[in-house]
Design a protein around this ligand. Structure first.
Ligand code: ZN
Length: 181
């Protein structure tokens, strides 16, 4: 059996290469990989780092949505558990943005425990980014809407992990105060 640290290193390497040309939307245009390592670190801290599938999912969670990687690629490289987890947190890009956002609020509660933990970490990282470096083209209203929406998604995942939720709540409070949501 391959050692967990080998698997995790491979996932980090693959994620960094898949997202190599991408930047975050904020003014600082941080490398996209910073978001992925932040999500994985939040998950590792909150769970004691004992679930390598979850941490690999954290690193790879945007590969299906935002890169040319396929479910088959992920299955072949990292196994079906990781591929399925990533698929669970991937929006259907054939749908309109508003519909995708509505579905996240509606469907996240019925997803696996790992998928819900990942959603909380993802939204925490996104709210932190919004505060640190808001996208220059976003109006105050759009920023506010995002903060309200992120909380609505996380509300459907609560009761799983107090550490992760406390981290989200702190990021949400800061974003709420900053943008008046
Ligand atoms: Zn993400």
């Amino acid at each position: 059996m391959t050692h967990d640290l080998v698997l995790l290193s491979r996932a980090a390497d693959f994620a960094a290469r898949q997202h190599v040309a991408q930047r975050r939307k904020g003014e600082a245009a941080e490398p996209y990989v910073n978001h992925l390592t932040e999500v994985a670190a939040l998950l590792a801290e909150a769970t004691g780092g004992d679930d390598v599938v979850l941490l690999m999912g954290g690193l790879l969670h945007d590969t299906l949505e935002d890169t040319d990687a396929t479910w088959e690629d992920l299955t072949q490289r990292f196994g079906p558990e990781v591929a399925t987890l990533v698929a669970e947190v991937t929006d259907d890009k054939s749908l309109r943005k508003e519909e995708r956002k509505r579905l996240q609020i509606e469907k996240t509660a019925s997803k696996s425990r790992r998928a819900r933990l990942l959603k909380i970490a993802d939204k925490t990282s996104n709210l932190r980014s919004l505060v640190r470096s808001p996208p220059s083209g976003w109006t105050q209203e759009r920023l506010r809407d995002y903060v309200v929406w992120a909380e609505a998604v996380v509300r459907s995942c609560r009761g799983l992990n107090a550490t992760l939720e406390a981290g989200f709540d702190a990021a949400h409070e800061e974003a709420r105060q900053r943008f008046g949501a």
